[in-house]
Design a protein around this ligand. Sequence first.
Ligand SMILES: Cc1ncc(COP(=O)(O)O)c(C=O)c1O
Length: 425
Amino acid sequence: MDRRKFLQSTAALASVSMAGSTIAANAQAMMDKDSDEYWKTIMAQYKVTDEFINLNAGHWGIMSEPVLEAFVKHTRFINAYSSYFVGHGRAAIPTARNYGLERAEVISMLADKLGVGADELVLTRGATESLQLLISGYNNIEPGDTVLFGDAAYFSMEAEMRHLKVHRGANVVELKVPDPASHDNIIALFEQGIKDHPKTKLILLTHMANRTGVIIPLKEITAMARSHGVDVIVDMAHSWGQADFDFADQGVDFVGFNLHKWIGAPLGVGLMYIKKERMLDIDTKSSKGPPGNDDINNRAQTGTMNLAAVMAVKDALIFLDKIGIEHIDRRFKALRNQWTKEFLDDDRVDILNPEDERMHAGLTSFRINAHKDPRELGKTLLRDYGINTAPIPALNGIRVAPGLYSSKADMDALAVAIKDIVNKM
Ligand SMILES: Cc1ncc(COP(=O)(O)O)c(C=O)c1O
């Protein structure tokens, strides 16, 4: 085939497939977004290995194909233009893309989604970085003041809280989260903690616990803490993007997120939020000049970031917005209930978060009471049943975290595997 004919035929093919995808997009738009039929169209936009069923979306997320393609495109662009893209020379070629503008657009989209100001957000490389900046930078602690956290905190944030003893002379207190947790007993836990330690200044709250998936009543605890003059720093590594809640309504001042778990952006992007009026309560970084200014950008010093990953946040937000967080939340709950319902009346297996709909989304752990080696159990699930999960030795449990690419059949396979293991014991 000569080149002209080839071009004509590929153009014809392209128009057929574009027409096909327009029809598919229209059909998708007509569907009930809570139906399995609709979710098949979402699952089809993920390419995941069929070597095993991946129920460990809690570690980090998988990008959908549109996001991955955009990320590759951005990577190619940056690889071609290199630092010209961020440097002073770009004005000379007006058609070249401008990283500063693209990053500002990403921040503005994130601000719109959260219902906050763009000047209250700064990008980081993950939730750990954001939260370590917030905890170590919080400067309202006098020697002898108390700081509290629950034992559901993520290990590196717990370490940062403990370090406040050395760094600020704080009395560091860990509270034991009740098991089973309930809406009321978690509020009571922190309220009692403040009463027992009247010099409490700061609480670290993990909105959704990474080991159990328990979602705490954030708004209520924050309001209670505020009524005692206590600040909270919130870890939203797992909640934002997985559960449907109104961020602006939570009344929180200091929050760390990542965008590579449940927002579906490439690895290596996080976000830090500081309420504008509270900016001076977090120290500036030494490399960013003296304290006293209220620019959030002076409170993070990430060095060179993965620019393509930052740019792809826009694509990830567009992808999620087409579905809608209310449908994502319902989908995750449906995937969770698909397998947990099999064990509600089975006292050989414990489900480690409450049935209360306010207190879970998709990520949920279980324990086989007679099985004392969760690492071995995780290996058995992978080796004998082809299911990848996350063992949680501290709870003698296994964490199950479906993604938007997971099917109800995946969850059924898990339930069958657990039953089989239990029956053989
Ligand atoms: C509750 C919680 N906070 C923070 C993090 C750390 O997130 P990142 O990997 O973005 O630093 C994790 C990671 O699993 C987590 O589960």
